[in-house]
Design a protein around this ligand. Sequence first.
Ligand code: MG
Ligand code: MG
Length: 263
Amino acid sequence: MFRSNRRRIVLKSREEIELMRRAGQIVARALDEVRRHTRPGVSTAELDRIAEDVLRRHNAAPVFKGYPNPHPGGPPFPATITACINEELVHGIPSPHRVLQEGDIFSVDCGAYYKGWVGDAAITVPVGEISAEARRLLEVTEQALYEGIAQGRVGNRTEDISAAVQAYVEAHGYSVVREYTGHGVGRNMHEDPQVPNFGQAGKGVPLKAGMTIALEPMVQVGTWKTRVLDDGWTVVSADGSLSAHFEHSFAVTDGEPDILTLL
Ligand code: MG
Ligand code: MG
């Protein structure tokens, strides 16, 4: 497992990383546009259309649309963003019938292909005024992402990233999801190595300059366990507690980690 994992890691040149940054910036624009349109009364299908318009305007294509279902026999994903409300964690399908309400939290994940390279990022956005608990969940999850990225440097291993995410989240009393993980990213959305949001410092694959990783803490107020709804896609917390999700794609360099999905 470890050996095959390491064999399939693709290091990127500086030029390739710049192309990935272009893809990542298009994703960041799409997410920013979705954030600015997130309000009570808007449907998740409208927000999906807004994101897809941004991608098309920049000559980029959605990665998620038509993406094969990870669960055996399930349908391919039908949209540009995944749209998740409250206890929904990841892979929610946008719908004209899902309308955001005051007090919801809304998680949106988006992937774009640009000139053969993938950008992948996610944010969780408050809808109007949200509860103090929901706000704290968003702050902890976003900060956990940056705690993890800060460990993404030469000399460390993948699980140094994982352990930093887990420690930060658990110190705040929340749970990190086990079944879905961060991942290498490049010409494909999912490449090696896997980067879980839990692990033991000092373990995993040695980080090298040119590795590009999509780190994506998924955090739940209650249990770390999840289940999949009957639509074959939407993952929810098993206990119905609130879930949040933030993601950036970044490059390991000889110096500081280089986040590729910033505006
Ligand atoms: Mg993503
Ligand atoms: Mg991802």
